[in-house]
Design a protein around this ligand. Structure first.
Ligand code: T4K
Length: 379
């Protein structure tokens, strides 16, 4: 294929819409430090997610770091090894110890395995709504209440989702979004903490601005994690189009389902009951024995065709050089196994239905048995 297709492509507004949004920034010369655009975006995100407090942060990773600091957590945090490395780094960079819990076959933390990992040092659980699959929030909540633990969701992948019509931002004590360029909703770089406690919002306000209380008082060891006015302006533009963005992704994801569902050896992400998905990622599990080709073979074949799928999330965190001597991946066998079989296919709003068909054709090229209707249409 001549056209290069990457796993993601940023959604950007019309340039004139952005120019109009940033014009007042040029007039005021107020470029950062919680200016008008920053305040407006926080307000609009509160409305969109139906939550009391949103604190905008320079990126999703710093949002994770700062919410751990804001709650003054110590000791151990139970989390998942099947995630982007940021989740774990945020815990470790705060001087805490991550304790890894295995996942279910929907990629999210297995609540049934959490209790056995709780010690007297455990202070929180940090689950991840991986690919936008919402964790078993009720079961996690029950455990957290029983042991008096905080729950901080890494909701980097799940902006715009609802469960039983409630925004995903409402679960746990706090949720962290990433608004990185590759996300369903982006501010170029950016992120946010959503919480229901005004004290925590105030603390974050200070922590992201060096711990400054006022001109002469600095009473926290904060950092610089502010979102600039230009980033917030991008967010204001993109937020106007978020429903359209999710709908375009939905149409493409449905095309993937239509082409690939029922193929022996392929396991697609399941649609969750009563969940409005944001279609952030399209992961597939390749069972080499049944499908005939391994995940790595498909990855290479797609690449030969100029299609750059990604092995999110391979390897699992406990196999990275900086963690592998401290942990054993055998303790989280499901996470390890899925990471070796998963491939995340291109999914972004500028992708076309023809692109999806072509990607599926490459995947199904050598597949010979159990040909389904959908597959027959493609060959
Ligand atoms: N928690 C979780 C669960 C996360 O997944 C992430 C981030 C975080 C926390 C931390 O949030 P942030 O601090 O990032 O806000 C990408 C993203 O950079 C990262 O945000 C994301 N997760 C992760 C899953 O994916 P890479 O290293 O794979 O990015 P890269 O540069 O290889 O880009 C991937 C593809 O995206 C490219 O092939 C093309 C496309 N792309 C990339 C860029 C930079 C664009 O279309 N536009 C762009 O500007 O990490």
């Amino acid at each position: 294929m001549e056209k290069q297709i990457l796993v993601a492509r940023s959604s950007i507004p019309d340039i004139n819409e952005y120019m109009a949004e940033i014009e007042p920034i040029f007039e005021s010369a107020w470029l950062t430090n919680m200016g008008v655009k920053h305040k407006t975006l926080e307000k609009k995100l509160c409305e969109y997610c139906n939550v009391p407090y949103v604190s905008l942060i320079s990126n999703g990773h710093m949002a994770l770091e700062l919410i751990i600091q804001a709650y003054d957590l110590k000791g151990e945090i139970i989390t998942t090894p099947y995630t982007f490395v940021s989740t774990t780094h945020a815990i470790v960079r705060n001087g805490l110890t991550p304790v890894f819990c295995d996942i279910k076959d929907d990629y999210t933390i297995d609540p049934e395995k959490i209790e056995a990992l709780i010690t007297e040092k455990t202070t929180a659980i940090m689950p991840v709504h991986v690919y936008g699959t919402i964790c078993d929030v009720e079961a996690i909540d029950k455990i957290a209440k029983k042991y008096n633990l905080k729950v901080i969701y890494d909701a980097a992948h799940s902006f715009g989702e609802t469960k039983d019509k409630i925004s995903v931002a409402n679960f746990g004590d706090a949720s962290v979004f990433s608004f990185h360029a590759t996300k369903v909703f982006n501010t170029v770089e950016g992120g946010a903490v959503v919480c229901s406690d005004e004290k925590i919002w105030n603390k974050l306000y200070k922590l992201k601005n060096f711990g400054i209380e006022d001109e002469v008082i600095v009473d926290d060891v904060g950092t610089n994690a502010k979102m600039s006015e230009f980033h917030a302006a991008m967010g204001l533009c993109n937020l106007r189009h978020i429903d359209e963005e999710i709908n375009k992704r939905k149409i493409l994801a449905e095309k993937y389902y239509e082409n690939l569902i029922g193929i022996k050896g392929l396991k697609l992400k399941t649609n969750q009951l009563n969940v409005k998905s944001n279609y952030a990622y399209f992961p597939i599990i390749f069972d080499e024995n049944e499908f005939g080709s391994s995940r790595d073979e498909i990855y290479d074949r797609l690449k030969e065709n100029n299609i750059y799928a990604r092995k999110y999330f391979y390897p699992i965190i406990t196999e990275f050089d900086c963690y592998k001597d401290l942990y054993s991946s055998n303790k989280t066998p499901i996470a390890k196994e899925l990471s070796e079989m998963v491939l995340t296919l291109p999914l972004f709003s500028d992708l076309t239905l023809d692109d999806v068909d072509n990607i599926c054709k490459v995947i199904l090229k050598n597949y010979t048995h159990n040909i389904t209707m959908n597959e027959r249409n493609l060959l």
